[in-house]
Design a protein around this ligand. Structure first.
Ligand SMILES: Cc1ncc(COP(=O)(O)O)c(C=O)c1O
Length: 499
């Protein structure tokens, strides 16, 4: 492991202090020798990205958007006027033929690359034979084989017994129900900044008020506690001197003094917070949660919907922290692009869930099993965890160099190809800088990117893992151009301590 990756493994992020700038650069590896070209199967048109043929939205896109705005619900909060026509590898094309590089992987879905041929073939062949397999009532070979594979790749090979549903939120629902069923308790701990979905249990475990607003009362029995967000520590502490104040607070204040009755069923955590802003906790955080769970007789639920399947440089992000959860939640990349979610658990827990305890008409559906199995197999066969780790370390290095040049970048953090770039108005005050206009400039210049974070100020660098080194470099140059523009416009770049 390179020194830089090692530093990351202790949860250190590239924070702003100017005095450290030189040290950090000196320690980082100089070049990535491997080229990491695009795989052969990527379409020719996709290799030319970015290629902009008309100012977006072009005429075809405008026509689509017009119908959409009349007939599709406004509940979806569309970031931009992009219309999907097709996608391949790490490139996407709109209805007018504009080709963009992609830093989103469809929000952590297309890990092996858009329209991976093994996934396409598996879906086509399965569709010609059987579409709906009644997999919750009857047996289906691919469901059995997929569950076996998930056991084999689970952290420490220690989890066995999968329940398949249709989305990440449904998988969270299943984890929530299983934890209550198994522990016979009904109180849960979740974290500020968490995102676990938009329905039932998932929404009740999601902290952001904006998302919860209008839907109350949500499920009772959920208490929120601060996540280990070291860049903006709510306790104004500094890691590692703090000794994990946030975990102490959970243990000594939340669980001992207030809120729940001491009858905690589960603690649910994203090993690296996704929607909360791609936040990597220090390496001791998850092991502490595991210990707290053991002491409480509660289950640790790891929500790996966004972090799973090689995204972070390991098959599951829990592995960075040497923690095996009691229940692991999967979604997004699990299906390779079709709607699929699942949980896998310690076998003694899963075995207690008696027949009829939970079910779904489409869980284990033939198409989703064929697609998901092919996608996960491709991730394994193409060694995408290693590619993600190496290309991720290289991308992080480039971003940290960029941080030396761009004062709008407050923090760079991540694992593998799950990297967050947090924008600030001033590196000393850390006042958040909302990213929408920069995001717009990226899209206009041929880079599809999205943000996250409580202040909408964290860029997610999460491309398909098949992205080439050259494409990463090109994408980052578009990204930096947009940052530079914004800095010039807002006169950011003269950070000084306040007062
Ligand atoms: C960590 C996490 N859990 C759960 C979900 C919900 O997944 P879905 O949108 O498939 O319901 C998401 C979605 O972004 C997520 O990031």
């Amino acid at each position: 492991m390179s020194e830089m990756v090692e530093k990351e493994a202790v949860g250190e992020s590239a924070q702003a202090p100017k005095t450290k700038k030189m040290d950090r650069t000196e320690k980082e590896p100089t070049i990535l020798e491997e080229e990491f070209p695009l795989p052969d199967w990527v379409a020719d048109w996709a290799r030319e990205a970015p290629k902009l043929v008309v100012r977006a939205p072009g005429p075809k896109s405008k026509a689509i958007i017009k119908i959409d705005r009349e007939y599709v619900s406004y509940a979806y909060d569309r970031c931009f006027t992009f219309t999907f026509e097709k996608a391949s590898g790490a490139s996407v094309m709109d209805a007018d033929g504009n080709v963009l590089l992609d830093f989103t992987a469809g929000i952590g879905v297309e890990n092996a690359g858009w329209t991976h041929p093994k996934v396409v073939k598996a879906i086509q062949e399965q569709a010609a034979k059987l579409i709906h397999s009644m997999a919750n009532d009857a047996y289906f070979e691919k469901e059995a084989l997929f569950a076996k594979l998930l056991h084999e790749i689970s952290p420490g090979k220690a989890l066995k017994g999968t329940f398949f549903g249709n989305s990440g939120a449904e998988a969270v629902e299943a984890a929530f129900k299983l934890s209550r069923y198994y522990t016979k308790r009904n109180e849960h701990v979740a974290f500020f900044g968490s995102y676990h979905g938009r329905i039932g249990a998932g929404l009740s475990l999601t902290s952001r008020l904006k998302l919860r607003y209008s839907y109350g009362p949500l499920l009772p029995g959920v208490v929120f506690t601060p996540f280990a967000y070291c860049y903006r520590c709510p306790f104004k502490q500094t890691y590692p001197e703090c000794g994990l104040w946030c975990a102490d607070y959970l243990e000594n204040q939340v669980l001992e003094l207030g809120g729940p009755t001491g009858q905690i069923s589960s603690i649910i955590v994203e090993p690296i917070q996704g929607e909360g802003g791609y936040i990597v906790p220090p390496k001791e955080f998850l092991p502490r949660l595991k210990k707290i769970c053991e002491a409480q007789g509660a289950l640790l639920i790891a929500d790996e919907v966004q972090t799973g399947f090689a995204r972070t440089g390991k098959m599951f992000a829990c592995e960075h922290f040497d923690v095996v959860p009691d229940i692991l939640v999967m979604g997004k990349a699990l299906g390779g692009g079709v709607p699929l979610g699942a949980i896998i658990a310690r076998n003694e827990i899963m075995k207690k869930w008696r027949p009829g305890s939970h079910s779904s008409t489409f869980g284990g559906n033939a198409i989703t099993m064929a697609s998901g199995l092919a996608h996960v197999q491709a991730i394994i066969e193409e060694n995408l965890a290693e590619r993600s780790a190496k290309l991720g370390a290289y991308t992080m290095k480039l971003l940290r160099e960029m941080q030396q040049r761009r004062e709008i970048i407050g923090d760079v953090r991540g694992r593998g190809l799950m990297i967050g770039v947090e924008l600030v108005k001033n590196q000393y005050t850390k006042e958040p800088h909302e990213a929408t206009t920069i995001q717009g400039k990226c899209w206009r210049n041929g880079l599809m990117t999205i943000t996250s974070g409580n202040y909408g100020n964290v860029f997610r660098i999460a491309p398909p893992l098949c992205i080439s080194k050259a494409q990463v470099e090109k994408s980052l140059s578009i990204f930096e151009m947009a940052l530079k523009d914004e800095e010039e416009f807002l006169k950011i770049g003269t950070s000084a301590p306040p007062g």
